[in-house]
Ligand binder design. Sequence first.
Ligand code: NDP
Ligand code: ZN
Length: 194
Amino acid sequence: MRADAGLLLKVVAFAAEKHRNQRRKDPDASPYINHPIELANVLLHEGGVTDVVVLCAALLHDTLEDTQTTSEELALQFGSEIQAIVVEVTDNKKLKKRKRKELQMKHAPMLSTRAKLVKLADKICNLRDVASDPPPRWSLRRRIEYFDWAKSVVDGMRGVQPRLEAVFDATYALRPAAQRWRRHSKPAVRKPRT
Ligand code: NDP
Ligand code: ZN
């Protein structure tokens, strides 16, 4: 446990340094590092995942995609097991966003069990963010589309951790209602003057 705590602290310090100038897309522009910490927190305290390799990979999951960190650096600092999981959950940023979203759905069933856990936690945290603190310019339709895409990815990796999947399903229930969007998009009906 002492060694695990030491590794977790080393990893969180590394991720915090790498994400130090980044912010999330919520209205308050929260520090980016809150998000990877939240993934690890959800995995441990809501999913019951105690595998320190998974928790470390969760803390590092956006370093390759969103910072200058290299895969070699991760292997050197934290070993090839953690490196491999982070690589698995990293999108190829050279591809267009639409293609990347398509590939996430296609590749989800092929991910390793540990990578699936990290991806599942990422989708839980992002859906919670979209439900409670969405990026300010996201329309209702865009939020709904994000929920549905996340569900398609998760549906491709069911069976690894029922407890965490139940957490995802409870989070998916926060999906904004499409009816509200339809109703609000109608022109307002004025009452005739009496
Ligand atoms: P983006 O990829 O631009 O943004 C979502 C990503 O940003 C998340 O996956 C998350 O990634 C990160 N993020 C940072 N802060 C937040 C936050 N507060 N809330 C949520 N995510 C945050 O979004 P998409 O392009 O995927 O758009 C969402 C959906 O909407 C798509 O399905 C797309 O098809 C659709 N769309 C609709 C449009 C419309 O006008 N109707 C226009 C464009 C897209 P991470 O955790 O990995 O950092
Ligand atoms: Zn993420």
